[in-house]
Design a protein around this ligand. Structure first.
Ligand code: C2E
Ligand code: MG
Ligand code: MG
Length: 540
């Protein structure tokens, strides 16, 4: 279409694009070595914007060099522009909920952090994770899951301001970016908390999905920014960390990030590196805790792993076993413990006062699940020459959750060689009694939490009684763990429990610490000897 005057043509250009167009034109008129090119929107007479790409150049100038005539082309590039916008949308928005995705969130977060630093105000990143979404998705179907996510997205948008960003990271994870929440950290914190409460209330309301009325709750983690340097990835990780704290606190609640959470994580990361070298650097050791009979006489010990860390000193299993299990290194640790315990058994077998003692070794599920577990144990026994009848393996109830057939098979194999089995921390797991009957175990160990409560709550005391009765009816031994007082010991004996372990008798210690126990075994012999000595060497 022809435009007669430049003014008429220019008036149809989107005002937002005019400055840029003018700049390009001016530059071309000044230096017309190349053609110019510009993209801008023009108003169509049908009443909408059209994207135009314009290319042209000056073809005639007067003697002073002023432009007289231009030629050029104009092209409708609306379709291309739309495609570009679609691609940008796909790249920056989540297809299911139409919320900004992780990439756009990171971009906006980076801007918000930079702005907050300049402007001296504070903002917040709120991490929202739906509780039990996975099981809902599995039981109700993915369609339902998707619908729920859509509704959650809408509610999150409703409880936030226009300037805030509600993004979906993927799965059931959402992030809310609250931009300017105030100049003081307290004010900003209060505002963030207010939003958290609104989110909790909004997501706790029931969801109508087809014929179903569904409930879903969120766990929420918050981290504040402003007044310091933050990287966007750190912020997201910290909000995530805080969210896990909310989960640990029982879900359907929110937690603010606390630097101590970071310290705990750093510590785990550090442990992980050191843990890999612990065996090679000979930092592992076993402590032994006595297990006594009704008369308080030593019948055996439990081997408990310790890690002598060069900086931290003695580290207890509570700090490193979980980590060792996650990384898989527990398999090597466990074999080392077995081997060390077997070597100890061999030493004890040579002495009359210790030859009867047993050693119980804890075995982690991951170790037991190794296909070659049985062979490895038998090899260790053979290599060391230990008597398998003096060796007990302590398993936990959680092992009964998967592949019980494999478990029974391995246990039976070892059993035929004389190895004994003990079910540790009994009562805290999921033991089904029907499994219990199928397993070739010799012993139940009552978890110390029951022993500690048995004189305080009727509930705990009836659990202890039930376990002892059950064990007796099945011909199993019972060991009470964590016996700390004489009263507990007396009560346990009265019920019929025959074996005891706990601080009342001894704390776990080195072989050296056990020495006086062996003497106690030979009590009569030593008293005879000492009376004999007193005859030879009468006290003056
Ligand atoms: P566990 O097998 O139930 O071991 C008993 C735990 O109770 C030990 O903690 C012991 O020190 C503690 N204990 C004993 N008597 C008392 C008492 O009277 N009062 C109190 N409060 N506690 C008592 P420890 O040594 O910290 O070991 C913790 C857990 O780590 C063990 O629980 C066991 O599950 C695991 N573990 C220890 N050594 C190994 C190992 O070599 N391999 C594997 N896989 N796990 C191990
Ligand atoms: Mg144990
Ligand atoms: Mg135990």
């Amino acid at each position: 279409r022809q435009h007669n005057t430049p003014g008429e043509w220019r008036s149809l250009v989107n005002p937002e694009h005019r400055d840029e167009l003018d700049r390009v034109l001016r530059q071309h008129l000044h230096d017309s070595s190349h053609s110019f090119e510009a993209e801008y929107q023009m108003w169509h007479r049908d009443g909408h914007w059209v994207w135009i790409q314009c290319r042209g150049r000056v073809v005639q100038r007067d003697v002073h060099g002023r432009a007289l005539r231009m030629v050029g082309t104009r092209m409708d590039i609306s379709a291309r522009k739309q495609a570009e916008a679609d691609i940008a949308h796909l790249a920056f928005y989540d297809g299911l909920t139409n919320l900004p995705n992780r990439r756009l969130l990171l971009e906006r977060l980076a801007h918000a952090v930079a702005r907050s630093e300049r402007g001296g105000y504070h903002g917040a990143v709120i991490f929202v994770d739906l509780d039990n979404f996975k099981s809902l998705n599995d039981t109700m179907g993915h369609d339902m899951g998707d619908q729920l996510l859509g509704l959650v997205a809408r509610r999150l948008t409703q409880v936030t301001r226009e300037v805030d960003t509600v993004a979906r990271l993927g799965g059931d994870e959402f992030v809310i970016l609250l931009d300017d929440l105030g100049a003081s950290p307290e004010e900003a914190g209060n505002n963030a908390e207010f939003v958290c409460r609104k989110v909790l209330a909004a997501l706790n309301a029931g969801y109508a999905l087809g014929a179903y009325e569904l409930r879903s709750t969120p766990s929420i983690g918050v981290v504040m920014f402003g007044g310091g340097e933050h990287t966007v990835n750190d912020l997201l990780r910290q909000a995530d960390m805080a969210m896990y704290e909310a989960k640990a606190a029982g879900r359907n609640t929110f937690r603010f990030f606390d630097p101590r959470m970071q310290e705990a994580l750093d510590e785990i990361a550090m442990l992980e590196t050191d843990l890999r070298h612990a065996l090679a650097r000979k930092e592992l050791l076993l402590h032994y805790q006595p297990i006594v009979d009704n008369d308080g006489r030593l019948s055996g010990v439990e081997a408990l792993m310790r890690w002598r860390h060069p900086q931290r000193g003695l580290v207890f299993p509570g700090t490193f076993i979980t980590q060792a299990e996650k990384s898989g290194i527990i398999v090597e640790f466990g074999e080392w413990a077995l081997e060390t315990a077997c070597e100890q058994l061999v030493q004890w077998s040579a002495r009359r006062d210790t030859a009867h003692l047993t050693i119980a070794v804890n075995v982690s599920a991951r170790q037991f699940r190794q296909p070659e577990f049985t062979q490895r144990i038998l090899q260790i026994i053979e290599r060391t020459g230990a008597n398998p009848r003096r060796l007990k393996l302590e398993l936990t109830e959680s092992m009964l959750l998967t592949d019980v057939e494999d478990l029974i098979h391995k246990m039976s194999m070892l059993k035929t060689h004389g190895v004994g089995f003990s079910l540790d921390d009994f009562g805290t797991g999921y033991s089904s009694l029907s499994y219990l009957k199928k397993l070739p175990i010799d012993q139940l160990k009552i978890d110390r939490s029951f022993v500690q409560d048995m004189l305080l709550t009727p509930h705990a005391s009836s659990i202890v009684r039930t376990i002892v009765n059950l064990a007796q009816s099945m011909g199993l031994q019972v060991v009470a763990e964590g016996v700390e007082t004489a009263e507990q010991w007396a009560a346990l004996k009265k019920i019929g429990c025959g074996n005891f372990q706990g601080y009342l008798f001894a704390r776990p210690g080195t072989i050296g610490d056990l020495r006086h126990w062996f003497a106690a075994v030979d009590d009569t012999a030593s008293s005879v000897r000492s009376s004999h000595l007193s005859l030879v060497n009468p006290v003056p």
